[in-house]
Design a protein around this ligand. Structure first.
Ligand SMILES: NC(=O)c1ccc[n+]([C@@H]2O[C@H](COP(=O)([O-])OP(=O)(O)OC[C@H]3O[C@@H](n4cnc5c(N)ncnc54)[C@H](O)[C@@H]3O)[C@@H](O)[C@H]2O)c1
Length: 308
């Protein structure tokens, strides 16, 4: 887990952050904010997901203590900073940084950020963890483009070093610099990219992932061997199919559909991916994707066959 240096006294205006959506990403982002010592409000439309996230964060920080990466008092201090809310409006009061991590749909992101915009501080940063959607459109539809910015974390946020800061056409330089400063205070390294479909990381990452799925479809090699090709041949820490399972195949499909519309034919989603999402094979979170996920570890499947 990345733990910010104690000298990092940088915090959001008012010392408070709000994370909206506590699924795969929001959970990890909230953990980072709380460990940094920020008062961290968390909200999810599904109370059960919020409760599960709070339990998961407590458990993750417990493991960090066991491994000697965090002291027990620091764990307790971080957990005391984490405040779950049943009401988004109440969660927004006085926060200086909002990071939304709700599913990858523009209308949904506009809706949740519009609900917090006027309750957060006037100078609050409105940040989206979107993997591919337009920060410029989001800012315009919020009527707050100057303080809207992309803060794209990677999965799992406590471990992955990068935050891709996305500058919309309306984002002010102060907003972009502040987003970088806050990400660094969370122990991250930043890159700044302009608001183009898929930014730098998703565009390259999903191109490799989609090609790997087309190769499974075409029977070029097995799931395990396609992943091994990139792990051993190119030193990728994880093959593209296993990575897709971790990201969530529904999330991958949504990004590909967006890039297909915005960039062109090379991003047309493979039909196998559509079928798998229809089957409910979403990857690790549903227990099955290109791999079967159990406590014993991931086992490769043949996703072209139900019993494969
Ligand atoms: N999964 C990844 O690896 C990954 C990596 C980088 C960025 N992202 C981006 O992060 C965002 C979230 O992805 P995720 O994988 O965490 O999704 P997820 O489905 O795991 O979690 C989304 C959460 O948002 C909640 N939610 C839905 N509607 C809501 C609402 N109106 N108000 C509050 N909460 C609501 C859901 O209950 C759920 O808990 C997406 O924009 C995605 O593209 C995902």
């Amino acid at each position: 887990m990345s733990v910010p240096s104690p000298s990092a006294a940088v915090e959001p205006a008012g010392g408070r952050a709000l994370v909206i959506g506590t699924g795969t990403m929001g959970q990890g982002i909230a953990q980072l904010c709380a460990v940094a010592g920020w008062q961290t409000h968390v909200f999810d439309v599904e109370p059960a997901r919020l409760a599960a996230a709070e339990r998961a964060i407590a458990a993750a920080l417990g493991r960090a203590v066991d491994k000697g990466k965090l002291t027990a008092p620091a764990r307790e201090a971080a957990l005391a900073k984490l405040l779950g809310f049943a009401d988004l409006e109440a969660a927004s009061e006085g926060v200086g940084l909002v990071i939304e991590a709700v599913p990858e749909h523009m209308d949904l992101k506009v809706d949740v950020l519009a609900r917090v915009r006027d309750r957060a501080r006037d100078d609050a940063l409105l940040a989206s963890n979107t993997s591919s959607l337009s920060i410029t459109e989001l800012g315009r539809r919020l009527g707050a483009g100057q303080r809207t910015v992309g803060m794209h974390f990677f999965n799992p946020p406590p471990v992955m070093e990068l935050v891709e800061v996305v500058r919309g056409l309306h984002s002010s330089t102060a907003t972009v610099e502040r987003a970088c400063e806050l990400a660094r205070a969370l122990g991250k390294t930043t890159i700044v990219v302009s608001d183009t479909p898929g930014f730098a990381t998703s565009r390259l990452g999903v191109a490799i992932g989609a090609e790997a799925i087309r190769m499974v479809e075409a029977g070029v090699a097995s799931v395990a061997d396609i992943d091994r090709a990139m792990e051993l041949g190119y030193r990728h820490p994880m093959g593209p199919l296993k990575l897709g399972d971790l990201v969530g195949l529904d999330v991958r499909l949504a990004i590909l559909e967006h890039l297909h519309r915005e960039v062109g034919e090379q991003f047309r989603p493979p039909s196998l991916l559509r079928q798998m999402v229809r089957a409910g094979w979403l990857g690790k979170k549903s227990g099955r994707g290109f791999y079967c996920w159990s406590d014993a570890g991931p086992e490769p499947t043949d996703p072209r066959r139900g019993d494969g």
